[in-house]
Write a protein that binds this ligand. Structure first.
Ligand SMILES: Nc1ncnc2c1ncn2[C@@H]1O[C@H](COP(=O)(O)OP(=O)(O)OP(=O)(O)O)[C@@H](O)[C@H]1O
Ligand SMILES: [Mg+2]
Length: 296
């Protein structure tokens, strides 16, 4: 049997985006739009954390996948859920593709690599097909990703959020029980201002901010071996964290190797498990794990 989300996608391609019968009843309005939503847990998952930033391209997916892999390396049953419907990155980052199978109870079965389970919209649509959906369709897909995946018992699930503070972020923060959020930002003002917006969103819905990861903090020049603060000085991020009472979890350098490893589907903590950057990710997961109450 085809996964339902997949058949939803097929419907879209055949001009019936909501998959309703032609003569059909009107689409259901999501509960969120009618009143205060009830927060739900993700079935079979002990802890859920979101990796977020209102700013695009700051490294959310890179950080999310390395944190999730770090949890897996430390022996936890870990998963990553790519909630970026329009621009899923996890299939590339984990070098995974193909259509997920369905479990006996009709749930999507995650795809795994490097000991990490994953689910992404990218497994359900062909790589080259852009998703051009309106709100309801996106919400339907998101609900399926959130509640119709058979994780089969996870200690921790990392959510890789899309950029912005739109429908997907609102649904996740308002409807899911989250154990906390990790914010990602570069030290640049442009990024920091958006990071603050993201922080405020989580605070409004009482999701604990676990801390901030500063990404692309300094570039070590391979020729002169000195550090260049391409996106601005680290003290800006320290000041921002102090001002908003946010813990600085760690800083990841700007390093071409991170890019290369991402593109070949072997994220840093798998490509260089004993390296300095993997150690930083390990330290961050230890701290985050402690904060959300994961037993070590
Ligand atoms: N520390 C780093 N050093 C070098 N390149 C990096 C680093 N972190 C991320 N990148 C690269 O920057 C680009 C953006 O990263 P990524 O896709 O993780 O960001 P994102 O915030 O998830 O983006 P989007 O908002 O589109 O979801 C990618 O090419 C990635 O490989
Ligand atoms: Mg991303």
């Amino acid at each position: 049997m085809k996964p339902r989300l997949f058949s939803t996608v097929r419907c879209l391609r055949h001009e019936n985006p909501l998959g309703l019968p032609r003569s059909g009843a009107p689409p259901q309005i999501p509960r969120m739009q009618r009143g205060l939503p009830q927060k739900r847990n993700i079935k079979d998952v002990k802890k859920v954390i979101a990796v977020s930033s209102a700013k695009g391209g700051v490294g959310k997916s890179t950080i999310a996948v390395n944190l999730a892999l770090s949890f897996a390396r430390r022996g936890y049953r870990a998963g990553i859920l790519d909630t970026d419907i329009f621009g899923p990155s996890i299939p590339t980052l984990l070098n995974l593709s193909g259509e997920p199978r369905l479990s006996n109870n009709n749930q999507l079965l995650p795809l795994s690599n490097y000991g990490l389970k994953s689910m992404s919209m990218g497994y359900l649509i062909p790589e080259s097909s852009p998703v051009a959906w309106r709100g309801l369709m996106v919400m339907k897909a998101l609900q399926q990703l959130l509640h119709e995946v058979d994780w089969d018992g996870l200690d921790i699930l990392v959510l890789d959020l899309p950029p912005g503070t739109g429908d997907v972020q609102l649904t996740i923060t308002q409807q899911l029980v989250l154990d906390g959020a990790v914010i990602v930002s570069t030290p640049q003002d442009l990024s920091l201002k958006d990071a603050v917006k993201g922080v405020e969103l989580f605070k409004k819905v009482n999701v604990p901010i676990l801390g901030l990861v500063c990404n692309m903090s300094g570039f070590i020049c391979p020729s002169c071996n000195t550090s260049h603060e391409v996106f601005g000085p680290l003290h800006k991020i320290r000041e921002m964290c102090a001002k908003h009472d946010i813990r600085l979890l760690g800083d990841i350098p700007l390093d071409a190797k991170i890019c290369e490893d991402a593109d070949r589907g072997k994220p840093t903590v798998v490509a260089e498990p004993e390296g300095q950057k993997a150690k930083i990710f390990g330290d961050i997961t230890r701290e985050v794990g402690g904060m959300v109450g994961l037993s070590s």
